[in-house]
Design a protein around this ligand. Structure first.
Ligand SMILES: Cc1ncc(COP(=O)(O)O)c(C=O)c1O
Length: 387
């Protein structure tokens, strides 16, 4: 059979079958002890006590903004005015990032791309900051971290002009295990959201994580992920065990359940091996695709460690490249469309020259743990043959 190299693959640990069966037949399948255990394991993995499990990253991206919008006004935080404030957000991402902003009823101002990374352009953010900028979303495209130091500097510039720092929500859906200056993403003082959806490094089937930078946000997040009800206080002195206490801030049904958590518990021990393999493949492609005519590699700085979910590059005559790779059984894709041209966000449209250029050449090729060294060599040979 001809070789077929896929862009994505689901990793599932075989030892999950028995415990998953036990949970399925236990009579208790919603949020319970497996969620507690998985959450504890994630806390240990990230070295951060403020991790909450969720049913998806989309939920986390929605929850993160909601937490900031309803934050109390403080000396250095003026509160959030839905009518007049804006949320800066990347145009190049999964629509989930921006659906989360729309779900909160907020105005979007698009951020153009940095065409050496496909991440947000720091210069474009700087030029769009105003006294109405309350929140910035960023996506670590393909798992390659955004320059978090540059974002900190922008926050300080904003503070010196307007007296408060805009808040940052990092969409880490592609970036499980990626690091910036030696620390795992999730630990740089921002709200961070990870996806545990089917084809991500760590899958629970569907699922997500949110990491909150303060105890206060963590405590509110924990309540709001499940209607606003404190699960820890349930069952105490209640006449009717189903009747809940007063809800002061209403919430969503965003929690994880024990079925998904069980998958997470058994897949998590494999994450370091998977990441190591993705990174090995990423480096192999960097080393071996250098200097090929018509192909431009992206930035790869040594103060950050990619999770290598995508291997993204720029190619001349993109459609010819896609066709040629298809003939050789190598899957390719741009993976996400620019979001700003969708009808449902027409009111926010603006000129984004970088992304218009980038989309002509942007392409991702397979890089994940399922590639053998022979697959890598085959891919490089096929690309070297030209398109
Ligand atoms: C950048 C980005 N953000 C958010 C999401 C949404 O993740 P989920 O499917 O867990 O809601 C995805 C999904 O692929 C994504 O790629």
């Amino acid at each position: 059979m001809n070789r077929q190299i896929s862009l994505f693959k689901v990793f599932m640990s075989e030892d999950v079958l028995k415990p998953l069966n036990d949970v399925l037949m236990s009579g208790f399948i919603t949020q319970g002890p497996q969620v507690e255990l998985f959450e504890q394991k994630c806390i240990e993995y990230f070295g951060n006590n403020h991790v909450l499990t969720l049913n998806s990253a989309t939920s986390g991206l929605t929850l993160g903004l909601r937490l900031l919008m309803n934050e109390d006004k403080e000396e250095e935080w003026p509160g959030f005015d839905v009518e007049n404030d804006v949320v800066l957000s990347p145009a190049l991402t999964c629509f989930a990032t921006n659906a989360a902003i729309l779900a909160n009823g907020c105005n979007i101002k698009w951020i153009d791309t940095d065409n050496t990374t496909a991440n947000v352009s720091i210069e474009d953010i700087r030029s769009k900051l105003s006294e109405n900028t309350k929140v910035l979303y960023v996506v670590h495209w393909g798992g390659y971290p955004v320059d978090l130091n540059a974002l900190k500097e922008l926050q300080e510039e904003h503070y010196s002009k307007y007296g408060y720092r805009f808040r940052i929500i990092e969409d880490c859906a592609h970036a499980f295990g990626a690091t910036f200056e030696g620390k795992k993403l999730g630990n740089h003082g921002n709200i961070c959201v990870f996806s545990l959806q089917a084809i991500k490094h760590l899958t629970t089937g569907d699922g997500g994580l949110i990491i909150l930078p303060t105890e206060k946000l963590y405590n509110r997040g924990k309540l709001i992920r499940w209607f606003g009800i404190d699960r820890d206080k349930r069952n105490y002195n209640r006449k009717d065990f189903r009747m809940e206490n007063d809800i002061s801030e209403w919430g969503y049904k965003f929690h994880m359940n024990d079925i998904n958590a069980t998958i997470g518990i058994y897949n998590l021990p494999h994450i370091d091996t998977l990441l190591q393999k993705n990174r090995f493949n990423n480096q192999y492609l960097f080393d071996n695709l250098k200097g090929i005519e018509g192909l431009t590699l992206f930035e790869n700085k040594d103060n950050r460690e990619t999770s290598a979910w995508l291997f993204t590059m720029k190619v001349n005559r993109k459609n010819d490249f896609i066709e040629k790779m298809k003939e050789s059984g190598i899957a390719t894709s741009q993976v996400h469309n620019r979001n700003d041209l969708n009808t449902c966000v027409a009111e926010f449209r603006s000129d984004l020259p970088n992304i218009s250029e980038l989309e002509k050449e942007l392409i991702c090729i397979p890089v994940g743990w399922w590639l053998s060294e022979d697959d890598l060599k085959y891919m490089v040979d096929k690309i070297k043959c030209g398109w």
